[in-house]
Design a protein. Structure first.
Length: 170
């Protein structure tokens, strides 16, 4: 019954809450910060929008992102992203690397991806190293196709150089 009277009285209720908050603020202070990490944990689950390189943009140099990239312009250099989409108006002269790569435009250079898809408007001149690939009817492709379990990491045979150095030491 005392709680009912406190609920009905706004003044003492507010005072009680302030006192309770102040008294508990030392202990729940750790609880209060625990609540914000829960939303920040939810925030990484929400996927940010893809970075877009517009059709009037020309980049001379490498582009690298851990997120998603949509290319509509021209890139003269290598591109690496998680999910990479090359738009119909795009031209890339360099190596294209991504977990999920969709080609609608033109690529001149090597393409490496876990999942690669060439749409009917794709124009690729270069080798493709993939785990899975789909090529739609109408896509233009000149080069070789090689399947690898790890196309993102196992593309360069550099370990042979140190093997050559070992006989020199012996």
């Amino acid at each position: 019954m005392f709680s009912k009277s406190r609920i009905n009285e706004p003044g003492p209720k507010a005072g009680d809450k302030e006192t309770t908050t102040e008294a508990k603020s030392d202990k729940p202070a750790s609880s209060a910060p625990a609540v914000p990490p829960a939303p920040s944990s939810a925030a990484p689950k929400v996927k940010p929008p893809a970075s877009t390189l517009s059709s009037d943009l020309v980049i001379k140099g490498d582009v690298k992102s851990t997120g998603d990239i949509l290319v509509e312009g021209t890139v003269e250099g290598d591109i690496r992203a998680h999910q990479l989409t090359i738009g119909e108006t795009a031209t890339v002269k360099g190596e294209v690397v991504g977990d999920d790569v969709v080609i609608n435009g033109r690529i001149i250079g090597r393409l490496r991806g876990l999942k690669v898809r060439l749409t009917s408007s794709a124009r690729v001149e270069g080798d493709i190293i993939h785990k899975t690939i789909a090529i739609e009817s109408g896509a233009h492709f000149e080069g070789s196709v090689q399947r690898q379990d790890d196309p993102l990491g196992g593309a360069k045979p550099a370990p042979q150089a140190p093997a050559g150095a070992k006989p020199d030491n012996g």
